[in-house]
Ligand binder design. Sequence first.
Ligand SMILES: *Cc1c(COP(=O)(O)O)cnc(C)c1O
Length: 377
Amino acid sequence: MVDAITKAASDMAGASLLMIPNEPATALAESLLAATPGTGERRVWFGHSGSDANDAAMRVASAATGRGRFISFIGSYHGCLAGSMSISGHTAMTHSLPRPGLVLLPYPDAYRAKFSADDVLALLDYQFETTCPPEQVAAIFIEPILSDGGLIVPPDGFLKALQERCRKHGILVVLDEVKVGLGRSGKLHAYQHDGLEPDMIVFGKGLGGGLPISAIIGPAAILDHAPAFAMQTTAGNPVCTAAGQAVLDTIIGENLAAHAAAMGAKLSAGFAELAERHEIIGDVRGRGLALGVDLVTSRETRAPVAAVTTAKVIYRAYELGANFLYVGLAANVLEITPPLNVSAAEIEEGLDIIDRALADVARGIVSDASVQAFMNW
Ligand SMILES: *Cc1c(COP(=O)(O)O)cnc(C)c1O
């Protein structure tokens, strides 16, 4: 990455893609297309963040279909800009109103099975029959693993059934791969676990290796629908796209998806072992290096722990040297998403730290006051 960025910085680094093509952007677009199955004429759009990419995907889906409504999931997170926030369904974001006409579906959760996959599909059918005529819906936004909503892996066949229903009505299927895409799930694209064929795919987060870049892949007929629907002066700049190229080449060249699968297996085996000592661990789930550790007050009732307990585990682990976040509608799930190049030794060290953090919190050595300032999500 350093070499790629350095080279790009000395050649047209400030050129705007709106005015003149630059080689790193063109090359990265070609590489993303080559790495992503699809047919027909396709295009790549570049932005700066997962949020702006989802905003652009919404705008173009709406413009190209002439429809103004969207479907997304309770617990989903698609970003923090006006559009992407308005289709997000996270409890932490109820400060803002959802977009008018949005339909939020429950995401079927095998561990706390309030709604089965069939329930959700029946609910969607009912929406279509009644207050949400499908011909009003531009697109459905899907996270292939519901991440901020609690690292929930969809039941087999659910997303495919959803895709079939939407396709039938000309509703575009947009896969938000921002968090779990590009190798993290153990496959290059997380939607490949479910055999989906999305219309548009959104990439972000890891793509830039820390630099701001996002991308959408979609049909030319949609992404080229009209000019001037998503222009940003510095999007697709040579430095960020060169970084993206280096990252993508490394992920593919070093087969980091396979590494993520192997390290993820080691990590979940490690958590299974921790669960033998720590009653608080109710469930360990995920794919590859996207794991959720669900903390409960009782394994029998599966009741989530209070958010303050999760926050204490996170805070203590941070003090001991491991940095991660919590997710879930009840803020009770440790989100374990280490770098794709994490080593076996680092995983052992991380598990050790979490082991100690869980024990320390159980012993009561972390005060409520120490976590109050940051446990608002
Ligand atoms: C983080 C995230 C986003 C938003 O990306 P930003 O780069 O933070 O704007 C969108 N979708 C998902 C699934 C995410 O995890």
